[in-house]
Design a protein around this ligand. Sequence first.
Ligand code: HEC
Ligand code: HEC
Length: 260
Amino acid sequence: MALLKFKSFRTAYAIAAASVILISSCGSEEKAPETKTDTQKKDTVSKTSDTKSSPGKDFFYMKSSSNNIACADCHGDGSNSDRPLTKYFSDIKGADKRKSTFLGKISGEEVKKTAGGATLCWEAYMKMKTPMTPEQIELLNGYYASLGSGDTQSEVTYETIALPDKDKAKLKTEQDQILKLTGDPAKGEVLFKNACATCHGENASVKKVPSILEDFDGNVKSITYNVRFGDGSMPFFKLNLLSNQEIADISAHILKINGK
Ligand code: HEC
Ligand code: HEC
């Protein structure tokens, strides 16, 4: 294809000049459709951002063939802050160089070997049935590193009762506390849009998620259980990023919509 174009310009430009121009101007135009065909074939990569695409980035934005969610739906890479869930989960910049991840569950050599623990997310949250390959792990480590390491955290810390193991006693305390709070359904609606709608919203693109906006037979306690511990492919939410009052508000919204 490049050759054909080259021919038609040949009369107008000196050969050397033309090849420089063609390489610089056609290079990017021709790459785009190629990537698209690839995408359609695999039916996996979602089109995204303004920044240059790379195999590592494509993998990070690839939707799971099982439930249609991508790493980039949950984690920030500096260019996807428009996706609401990214403010609840760790940024991945420099994750290959962390001392440990998942609050110490993964440490030392294991950090690189699991792409910072992404292999856990791959199976738990993306429901992929075949393990991530060494090549894919390498792509991710390369992508983390390519985002720069200026302000990279050597460890990401946060508060949760889901790690290292689900703390049932603490959950009970939380449930009791939340039951005593008065939830504001209007605030809850906004919070729901941010924290839950990617999966539970009416037009959610993530698959294999139960509807909780109609015929929901749960209550404040069961909502708290799901939010704090996570459940299957539903991630847990941290205490410091989603407060008990906010869970009370979200619960009020869910229960109101269900006519409870
Ligand atoms: C449904 C949301 C979700 C998806 C999709 C997801 N993850 Fe995660 N990921 C989490 C949660 C929850 C944690 C643990 C809490 C945290 O770090 O925010 C986590 C933790 C991580 C960590 C460890 C961060 C640290 O320093 O402790 C990395 C790295 C990571 N994920 C990368 C990925 C990659 C790469 C993918 C895609 C292959 C992916 N995740 C898919 C939710 C998700
Ligand atoms: C990444 C997608 C995802 C996000 C984000 C998410 N959920 Fe879920 N949720 C799920 C999935 C998947 C299940 C089913 C879990 C299972 O049983 O395997 C579920 C289950 C639930 C259930 C239990 C439903 C039932 O009928 O048993 C509740 C309640 C719930 N989620 C509430 C929430 C709330 C509240 C939020 C926001 C704070 C939220 N979820 C965010 C995916 C998600």
